[in-house]
Design a binder for this molecule. Structure first.
Ligand code: PXL
Length: 328
């Protein structure tokens, strides 16, 4: 039985690298055995011609998976979901319902069997918690059942999925353990332009208050700094205080879709294989991203295959960008 049960639900393209063409390679190259559901089969990320999985076909695959999960895998196996590009409202709803149904089943089973699950909502006021401990991913989310939701909707002011999906994510995305919006997606989720750090913190705080356990803004650029991008990681600590750190990243002249997909698949792998401080994990993911992007400059595609050894590695290449506290 495969203990490391990853399901990745994203787009597939004939030519190039985005969605599952990135996630399946990254996850497999890093030693995982993901189950792969392709939500669309397009020509490329630039030419969305081809086909979309219809709701009946998607439902029949996910229903079969739910049966297998309950019959074959039992309750001891970990379940990890990574969701990205889904084109239609019906399919997004189907995916979210499936994940939440499995999550509720798992929680009820744990209660029935009197198993203690990692309940991160109860704060232990008497214990002294140092900073190191409050950044441990195991203390923020339940690693045994994990949903990383990349609410893929668009980039740079342009939507590339059905517009009704915005409302679905507004209502349900905060059920995710980890949300990884880009700048435009966070603006859509919170109906707020991100012009400065206060706007970012306010928006992240809205999603955390709605129930998301960790929200990572995968990049934002400010008008007053043309040289850098900023990445933000936010969560509540056990005292229900919002923690927010930022990473200041050198901005490359490279605007190719797929960087978000590389981020989310690396993030999932590092969480499962390594765990520990979420701040360190994001530093490591950003270190790999930096190198892959730098080695892809001049191309219209991320050089995923050419950089496979960097992608597979747990080592650092070049300098690590350290997080600094954001001003809450
Ligand atoms: O990287 C997001 C993404 C995923 N899948 C498809 C895309 C894009 C962005 O353009 O076109 C098919």
């Amino acid at each position: 039985v495969n203990k490391d049960n990853i399901v990745t639900i994203q787009s597939q393209v004939f030519d190039g690298f985005c969605g599952n063409n990135i996630a399946s390679f990254v996850l497999r190259r890093r030693g995982h055995v993901p189950k792969i559901l392709n939500t669309v089969q397009y020509y490329s990320k630039y030419k969305h011609c081809g086909m979309e999985l219809n709701i009946c076909d998607m439902k029949s695959i996910l229903d079969e998976y739910i049966l297998d999960v309950s019959n074959l895998y039992g309750d001891k196996n970990n379940l990890h979901f990574l969701t990205g590009f889904i084109k239609t409202k019906e399919c997004v709803e189907c995916v979210i319902n499936t994940i939440l149904e499995l999550k509720n089943k798992r929680i009820n089973k744990c209660i029935d069997n009197n198993v203690t699950i990692n309940d991160n909502t109860s704060s232990n006021a008497t214990s002294e918690i140092n900073n190191e401990e409050e950044y441990l991913i195991e203390n923020i989310i339940n690693i045994n059942f994990l949903w990383i939701c990349d609410p893929v909707m668009g980039d740079d002011g342009k939507i590339y999925v059905d517009k009704e999906i915005v409302d679905v994510y507004k209502r349900y995305a905060s059920n995710a353990d980890i949300l990884t919006p880009n700048q435009y997606e966070l603006e859509l989720l919170c109906d707020k332009k991100l012009l400065n750090e206060k706007d970012v913190i306010d928006s992240l705080s809205i999603l955390l208050n709605k129930g998301a356990k960790i929200v990572i803004l995968t990049s934002v650029k400010y008008n007053f700094d043309n040289e850098h991008l900023f990445v933000y990681v936010s969560f509540f600590n056990r005292q229900n205080k919002m923690i927010c750190f930022k990473y200041k990243i050198k901005k490359f002249d490279f605007f190719v879709c797929g960087t978000g997909d590389l981020f989310s698949s690396l993030l999932l792998s590092f969480i499962i294989k390594q765990g520990g401080s979420i701040l360190k994990i994001v530093s490591q993911v950003l270190n790999i991203m930096h190198n892959v992007i730098e080695n892809s400059i001049g191309s219209t595609e991320l050089h995923i295959i050419e950089n496979q050894d960097i992608i597979a590695s747990d080592k650092l290449y070049g300098t690590l960008v350290n997080p600094e506290p954001a001003c809450i």
